[in-house]
Every structure is written in structure tokens, then in C-alpha cells.
Ligand binder design. Structure first.
Ligand code: 2NL
Length: 348
């Protein structure tokens, strides 16, 4: 075989051009097989060396080996480049910016009325009161009659409610409770004195709503029955409560009021915690803020419960959570509480 049939230059040029054009691993592998593989172009030249004259063999052999080394090295460079590019792409894809501030979690909170209620419940619990709850749908007996409001009692006018299940005889056997007193009654049916209990819960009224009236309200009622309880115990207990909720500097004022279920009945006010009694917007220039109604439990109720009204006496009180929360937070319209506007609720 003659040396001039071996076109080493042509092989070299083709191999270099094809290597330049190869852009992925599959193309590079095909290229390697074509040129450096067992049946490849360069390998073919080396295999044919034996057929050459000694001088030609040495010259072409050296050149072919050099070409083989050059192409092998070029392939390695190209493979390394591809690998680096692939790694760079993967890193770019999975890139995270660790300096980015974390997204803020939206944390929920208790409704302002629930917050107020829990604070009030805690204060009475710390004074030894039990907590009782019960149904929101009541019978006429528990909501009115047991509290001495007979069918034609004028006080029923102020506690008109939502009635359920109209009977053929024109009466409504079930109604939404207008206060939580029914559960004081249930508690007294089940316990003997001494009784110390508070009853929190939602109450309902047939109400034309305005800034100070809602058709649903949250009440906490207080009841204590024991031997020897007097107005002094009522005043001491409620005054201590008011100081813990509105500040130790508070003063209290008790004035006569009327509730059918107490005798005597009072309304309790504290000196204004905003102006200290000077007169401001919160206290409507009065200097005093009414926070609850209270009184000595009517003895008729005690004896209806089977208690000995000659031996035991009781005091009771009731307050609206919405009013307390409005005072504490300076909310001017009770209807805000149940509109479910987060811009309002998130302030508490
Ligand atoms: C108010 C006034 C009051 C009571 C609730 C009561 C309960 C029983 C017996 C006697 Cl079982 N009294 N509760 C007494 C006086 C006032 O609430 O303005 N509440 C928002």
C-alpha cells in the first residue's frame, strides 16, 4: 500500500470540523466512534501502518499518533465544557435567593368580643366562680317566668326576641334567649348553696339596630347565693372586678335601677378611665360610665328553686361584652363587631 493513499490531513481536518460542530454528548460520542473508535478513521490509519515502508511507517505513524492524542485531548476539553455548562444550567434553574425576606404568615386571632369575654371570665374564676353554659334556644319558663316576668309583665316589652315554632294556641314554646339568666336558673336547679357561678354566652333581641344596639349580644351574668350575702358583698365583688378590668384607680358608683328579678336593683358605673371624671367623649361629659346592672336576687326566685329564702340570700349582675369592648377600645358603633370586616377585626 502506498503512503499517498493515506489522507491524514483530510482526516484531521474533517475530524476537527465535526468536533467543532458537535454540541451535545450524543454527538460527541458518535464523533468519537467515527474517528477514534475501533473502526474509526484515525484508528484505520494506524492499523494500515504495517503495510507501509519503514520510513513512511515511522513518519505517518508519528503523525497519526499525534493526531490521535490531539483529538482525544480536544474531546476531553469539549466533554468537560459540556459538563460545566450542564451544571451551570442546573444551578441557575434551582437558584434560590437566600437574602429574600421570608413571606409573612397570616396569623389568626380571637375575635375582640371573645378576648374581652375571656378576660372577664378569668377575673371571676380567680375569685372562685364556676363557669356554666347552656342552650341559646329557650322555653318561656326559663327565659321569662322563672325570672318573674309573667306573660303580661311590662319588662317583656324591652326583651322582645326571635320566636320559634308558633303554636296553634297563639303561643311560642321556644325562643332565642334574651339573657343568660336561664342558665343561672338551670344551675340553681342542680346545685345547693353556696352557689358562685358566671354564665357567658350569646343572647338575642328583636332590635332595630343602631350604633348602640345589636340583635345579637354577648352577656356575662354573675350569681352568688349563700348564707349572709348582702349588698356589701355585691359591691365588694363587682368593684374588685371593675378595678381589675379597668385599672386599680377606678372608683365605683351604684345607683338604684329596676330589674324584675332583683330587689333592690342597681346600676353600676365607674369613673371614666379616659378623663378620670373630668368629662370627655367616652363618658359623654358625664364623668361616669355605666358598665352593668346588678342587685340582690329576688327571694321569690330563691324559694322557687327550692332554696330556703329565709336562710340564704343572693346577688346577681349582668353585663354586655360588646359595651365593655367598645369602651375599652374606643369603638363607636356596636355593629362593627359582627360585620366581619378584617380591617376592623385585625386591629385587636
Ligand atoms: C343588665 C342587667 C342583670 C341579673 C342580670 C339575675 C339572674 C338571676 C337572678 C337575678 Cl338567675 N338576677 N341577673 C340581675 C341584675 C341585672 O343584668 O343590664 N344586663 C346586661
Amino acid at each position: 500500500m502506498a503512503a499517498d493513499t493515506i489522507d491524514l490531513e483530510g482526516i484531521a481536518e474533517r475530524a476537527r470540523n465535526e468536533l467543532d460542530a458537535a454540541t451535545d454528548e450524543a454527538a460527541l460520542e458518535a464523533w468519537r466512534v467515527t474517528h477514534l473508535g475501533r473502526k474509526g478513521t484515525v484508528t484505520g490509519v494506524l492499523r494500515q501502518l504495517g503495510e507501509l515502508e519503514i520510513e513512511e511507517r515511522q513518519r505517518i505513524g508519528a503523525e497519526a499518533n499525534q493526531l490521535k492524542n490531539e483529538l482525544g485531548a480536544a474531546l476531553d476539553v469539549k466533554l468537560a465544557g459540556l459538563k460545566a455548562a450542564k451544571l451551570a444550567a442546573t444551578m441557575q434553574e434551582g437558584r434560590i435567593d437566600v437574602t429574600l425576606p421570608a413571606r409573612k404568615k397570616r396569623v389568626g386571632r380571637l375575635h375582640p368580643i371573645t378576648q374581652t369575654m375571656r378576660e372577664i371570665v378569668d377575673i371571676f374564676v380567680s375569685m372562685g366562680f364556676a363557669v356554666a353554659e347552656g342552650p341559646e334556644v329557650e322555653t318561656d319558663y326559663y327565659n321569662f317566668e322563672a325570672l318573674l316576668m309573667d306573660r303580661d309583665h311590662p319588662a317583656r316589652d324591652m326583651q322582645d326576641t326571635l320566636y320559634i315554632d308558633y303554636d296553634r294556641d297563639g303561643t311560642y314554646p321556644f325562643m332565642m334567649r334574651t339573657h343568660t339568666s336561664p342558665n343561672q336558673v338551670r344551675f340553681m336547679e342542680q346545685h345547693q348553696p353556696p352557689v358562685r357561678v358566671i354564665v357567658p354566652g350569646k343572647c338575642y333581641r328583636n332590635e332595630a339596630t343602631d350604633p348602640t344596639h345589636e340583635w345579637m349580644l354577648t352577656q356575662v351574668e354573675v350569681l352568688a347565693v349563700d348564707e349572709g350575702l348582702s349588698m356589701a358583698d355585691l359591691k365588694g365583688t363587682l368593684f374588685e372586678f371593675a378595678k381589675r378590668l379597668f385599672g386599680q384607680k377606678r372608683r365605683a358608683r351604684f345607683r338604684c335601677d329596676y330589674f324584675p328579678y332583683v330587689e333592690p336593683g342597681v346600676d353600676m358605673a365607674i369613673d371614666c378611665f379616659i378623663c378620670g371624671g373630668e368629662g370627655c367623649r367616652t363618658c359623654h361629659q358625664e364623668g361616669w360610665i355605666e358598665i352593668m346592672g346588678a342587685g340582690m336576687v329576688h327571694p321569690q326566685i330563691l324559694s322557687n328553686m327550692g332554696y330556703d329564702a329565709e336562710r340564704v340570700t343572693g346577688f346577681a349582675a349582668g353585663m354586655g361584652m360588646e359595651r365593655i369592648a367598645m369602651l375599652r377600645h374606643g369603638v363607636e358603633d356596636i355593629r362593627h363587631f359582627y360585620r366581619n370586616d378584617l380591617r376592623f377585626l385585625e386591629q385587636f
